[in-house]
Design a binder for this molecule. Sequence first.
Ligand SMILES: [Fe+2]
Length: 258
Amino acid sequence: MTTDTLFATETRTPASPAARAAAPAAAVAQRLDFYAPIHKALRSCMLDTLLRCGRLDVQDSAEMQATLGRLDGLLRFCSRHLQHENDFVHPALEARRTGASWRIAGEHVEHQHHIAALGDLAAQLRAAGADSRPALALRLYRQLALFVADNFQHMHVEETAHNQALWATHTDGELTALHDRLLASIPPADMLDDLRWMVPALTPQERAGLLNEIRQTMPPEPFANLVDQLRPHLDHAAWAKLAPAIGLPQQPGLVCFA
Ligand SMILES: [Fe+2]
């Protein structure tokens, strides 16, 4: 897989007024955006999980198992994502601009504590008797809402300040090499989980671009199998746009939705 743009998008670098006056808009360089696609995936997973926790029927054991399982998945997703940023992005930033990642690195420590606390609350809810479940579920829902709110603020800083710092201190080739090293560290099962949340969260153009990148690196059958695993998470309109864009038949009639 040429991972040049997998999990990343290209974004126009905001130019200064002087630069805008000196160069036509089309000449402004496009830069690799590490954060945008994976953060869309995270926001989607966070919101889906939060809504599920909010409507959880704590007297329905199957629903409890499914919802808390989804929460476990979200917490693993958040943990490995912040670890990727700690292991790859922050060292690259610090090597060129000391202190550039300190604020966000500190927030990652807080997030790790919050993730552990949410895991503990979920364990308490699983073990609780019927009478104490409603209060515990409401507490879990509120704590998860605060975690999501904090992450939304955090991701905005990364997508703005951190991207600006990365673009100012690294060439496109360096960013692509860094991004490829990060992707190469992700086990296949985690990659599939990431794509499950990322692909539906992207715009139709981003979605087709990502899957066409992947398509160029895989034989047809494994690619079709991958798309089969992602397709149930797309609605009909999304699939109708995606199928022709990635060279697959539309095959109407499949029941969709996550
Ligand atoms: Fe982060």
